[in-house]
Design a protein around this ligand. Structure first.
Ligand SMILES: Nc1nc2c(ncn2[C@@H]2O[C@H](COP(=O)(O)OP(=O)(O)OP(=O)(O)O)[C@@H](O)[C@H]2O)c(=O)[nH]1
Length: 521
């Protein structure tokens, strides 16, 4: 509709009345307004229903709750259900612009500087509460080592709850930034402190290690702790290190107690020895005195009968001294034997401890990990794989026709073959790989951070190496081969399920003619 040239309001009013009269329309206020708007050019063809319908349609194009609201409004219009339309709009307004802060119409609005900036919506309120809770409880307890920061975190959290003005909110944000900066500095400090502590611990272990005899049980335990803390430090490796150290301390205590018991025995024996020695000395002394007195008696003797009685006295005294000397000699021999027995007991105890230490994780025959060591290592690798999202493979290896080797060449040769296999595997595998004796002639290889294709290549390489490094027995070449089942761990797969799949693959390799490796489904 085109606008007419500008007219005065009085002219327009007059023309509006004329038009009503011409069209024979009653001059009601509505009719008059319509005519007036028509002349001025502000009259629109838009109907309220059309506007509301277009509004509802427009909302349906929006994602989420708004789009759904649009659909409900459109349905209300289509059913001419204006009450429904009204209710939907009311709900919408209440949800997004809650009325609790609104002032009823006609009332003066008191100016509240605390409320002028933020009118909490539900979500905003929730966010504010969560953030305050994080600052007051979680952050504060994380910052327990830095009490001044913990207090600041609590105080910011409390202030955030009531920071409704722009100024108050800006203050909170400023303090939060400052705190975040200080936490950053503190974390660097803590990381540095931890690193220094770890280095100190390593130095300490190295020193202890240097003091120990090579191959002693304590030395192997200390090596285990060193290995654990040399790798990437994690909760598990620290827990393992603590466990091993506790074991060391326990065994050390055990040895110390036994040694002190043995020391008491040895001390008692030495005391007996000293007693006997002094008894012997005093007997010898008495003997000398007696002999001296006898020599005086001899020089003063006047006849043969006097000499006879002196001679008897001398013989008795000599016999007494001899008996005492024999008694002391016997007792000293006994004491020496007891000491030797005590020494033997200590040596036996020490070797028992060596044995115990090795039993903890290692297979005695082959030097590979034993079942317990394997369980621990596999569990650790599974945790690492889950944490880092890294691939993990395992391989079950089983010597082919091992029974025949045993039967033909003897059990001892069979043992040598097992040792040979483990040494070839250890030399061929990468540093991070681990071999464990799964049982009998079966071994489990852990291949961390390894994709299945690479795992297959590694185990095939071990096979080639084993055929190259010929096993000799009585100048005779024995061909040693194994079959293998490789399994790639599926996310979240348990240790038992993983091994089971590797075992099924191994079974297939045996059935397919042995000396081959099969990848599990
Ligand atoms: N020398 C020796 N033999 C062992 C040891 N542990 C298990 N064995 C023997 O390993 C042999 C395994 O025999 P089987 O299970 O029949 O396997 P196999 O002869 O290798 O046959 P396939 O696996 O089918 O190739 C048995 O004779 C066991 O006595 C061990 O520590 N030393």
């Amino acid at each position: 509709m085109s606008k007419k040239p500008a007219q005065s309001p009085v002219d327009i009013a007059r023309e509006a009345f004329q038009q009503l009269a011409t069209r024979r329309i009653a001059p009601t206020p509505d009719a008059y307004r319509e005519a007036y708007e028509e002349i001025v050019g502000t009259k629109s063809d838009l109907k309220p229903e059309g506007v509301l319908s277009a509004f509802a349609q427009h909302l349906t194009q929006q994602p989420g709750d708004i789009g759904k609201l649009g659909l409900r409004l459109t349905m209300a219009i289509n059913g001419s259900d204006w009450k429904d339309y009204n209710d939907e709009l009311d709900n919408f307004v209440e949800q997004y612009f809650p009325s609790r802060n609104l002032v009823p119409h006609g009332q003066l609005v008191p100016i509240d500087p605390e409320r002028e900036f933020i009118r909490d919506s539900k979500k905003e309120k929730m966010l504010r509460e969560v953030l305050a809770r994080v600052l007051i409880f979680n952050m504060a307890s994380l910052l327990i080592e830095a009490p001044e920061l913990a207090n600041e975190s609590k105080s910011i959290g409390l202030d955030l709850k009531t920071a409704f003005s722009e100024q108050a909110m800006n203050e909170v944000i400023g303090r939060l930034k400052q705190m975040s900066f200080q936490i950053e500095l503190k974390s660097e400090d803590i990381a540095l402190q931890q690193e220094l502590l770890m280095r100190l611990f390593q130095l300490l272990l190295e020193n202890i290690h240097g003091l120990l005899e090579k191959g002693s049980w304590l030395s192997s335990q200390i090596t285990a702790v060193q290995e654990l803390i040399n790798g990437p430090i994690s909760k598990t490796s620290l827990a393992d290190a603590t466990k091993t150290l506790k074991e060391v301390i326990f065994k050390q205590g055990l040895l110390k107690n036994t040694l002190s018991e043995e020391k008491v025995t040895a001390k008692n024996m030495m005391l007996t020895f000293v007693d006997r020695l002094s008894a012997m000395v005093s007997t010898t002394d008495n003997y000398h005195k007696t002999i001296t007195s006898f020599s005086q008696q001899i020089s003063q003797a006047s006849d043969i009968s006097d000499l006879n009685s002196v001679l008897n006295g001398i013989m008795n005294a000599t016999k007494e001294a001899q008996d005492e000397a024999l008694r002391s000699r016997d007792e000293m021999i006994n004491a020496r034997q007891e000491m030797q027995k005590a020494e033997a007991r200590i040596t036996a105890l020490e070797s028992q401890l060596v044995h115990m230490g090795e039993l903890v994780r290692e297979d005695q025959l082959t030097g590979s990990l034993n079942r317990r060591g394997m369980d621990e290592s596999l569990e650790r690798e599974i945790i690492n794989a889950d944490r880092l999202g890294a691939p993990l493979c395992i391989a079950l290896l089983d010597l082919d026709d091992f029974k025949r080797i045993n039967d033909t060449h003897g059990h001892a040769t069979g043992d040598e073959v097992l040792v040979h296999l483990v040494s070839v595997v250890k030399e061929t595998l990468r540093k991070l790989d681990v071999i464990a004796r799964f049982g009998g002639e079966e071994f489990l290889v852990l291949l961390p951070e390894t994709e299945p294709a690479e795992a297959m290549q590694i185990i095939t390489r071990v096979q080639r190496e084993l055929t190259k490094r010929i096993f000799m027995h009585n100048s005779q070449r024995l061909l040693i081969t194994f079959s293998g089942g490789v399994a790639y761990r599926a996310p979240g797969e348990s240790q038992a399920d993983l091994i089971k799949r590797a075992d099924v693959a191994l079974y297939k390799a045996k059935n397919a003619g042995k000396n081959r490796v099969i990848l599990a489904d």
